[in-house]
Design a protein around this ligand. Structure first.
Ligand code: KIV
Ligand code: NA
Length: 277
């Protein structure tokens, strides 16, 4: 099976076929996404929280993200791979951003990198990475890496100033050369306006029905504990299934029921005799 290409993703938008994207952080997650026929896999820095247990995405490093990205790469053959560049790995300069993007492409085999934000500095980073030959996905609206500056993890585009800013950022990201744009936590009416203004596919998360959707794997599987964002739908109860299987295992070990004879090796009588001696 060949890997999905950018023209194929653009063709989906052109014919109105929704693009399916999901995050993955390891080999089994990537395999499951692949078996499900997902179009794009995002090695999201949400992995900082959902698989590494950090409070936010800010603390994850490029080296850590690369470990996750390599495992995802090994687990996919068809899905287009997008890797988040973590906070701090592109902020300093265009040169730093290009070096980081090259690491993801070269060491992890990423098909593209995703950068948050649409300020002038961010557009400059996008231009530099695209000029280096690495496709870029933009990400505007709620941008978790700079959530503190946004005043918390809250929906964007709900006020006039915020909606105007989103329009400028969306157009800027497209003009800078991004081939795709993720929009997070923005009212559907606003996203629809952005969609009609843009040529590139828009992938939404909490942004209504746009050209495609993305969700965090552990959220949709039902592994994430506690309260999740309004836009999360749980499509499974995998977290409960994991706990149930582990509880059953613990109970059988404690009851002396596991391992049963079918899970034990047999030795020849001679071997047993020799070991006894
Ligand atoms: O890191 C992530 O999971 C993301 C998606 C929410 C778009 O950036
Ligand atoms: Na992210």
């Amino acid at each position: 099976m060949t890997r999905i290409t950018i023209p194929e993703l653009e063709a989906k938008k052109a014919v109105g076929e929704p693009i399916v994207m999901v995050t993955a952080y390891d080999f089994p997650g990537a395999r499951a996404a692949e078996r499900a026929g997902v179009d794009m896999v995002l090695v999201g820095d949400s992995g900082a929280q959902v698989v590494l247990g950090h409070d936010s995405t800010v603390s994850v490093t490029t080296d850590e993200m690369l470990v996750l990205a390599k495992a995802v790469r090994r687990g996919t053959e068809h899905a287009f791979i997008v890797c988040d560049v973590p906070f701090g790995s592109t902020e300093v300069s265009d040169a730093q951003a290009v070096e980081t993007a090259i690491r993801f492409a070269k060491e992890a085999g990423a098909d593209s990198v995703k950068l948050e934000g649409g300020s002038e500095a961010r557009l400059s980073r996008i231009r530099a990475i695209v000029a280096a030959g690495i496709p870029v996905v933009g990400h505007i609206g709620l941008t978790p890496q700079t959530a503190v500056a946004l005043g918390g993890l809250r929906a964007q585009g709900r006020t006039t100033a915020s909606a105007e800013r989103l329009v400028a950022e969306a157009l800027g990201v497209q003009a800078a050369g991004a081939f795709c744009l993720v929009i997070e936590a923005v009212p559907a009416e606003i996203t629809e306006l952005l969609r009609s203004a843009l040529r590139i596919p828009i992938i939404g998360i909490g942004a209504g029905r746009v050209d495609g959707q993305v969700l965090v794997l552990h959220d949709l599987l039902g592994i994430t504990e506690g309260r999740t964002a309004k836009f999360v739908k749980r499509f499974g109860t995998v977290g409960d299934d994991m706990t149930a299987a582990l509880s059953a295992y613990a109970a059988e070990v404690r009851a002396g029921e596991f391992p049963g004879t079918e899970h034990q090796y047999a030795a020849s009588d001679e071997a047993v005799e020799a070991a006894r001696a």
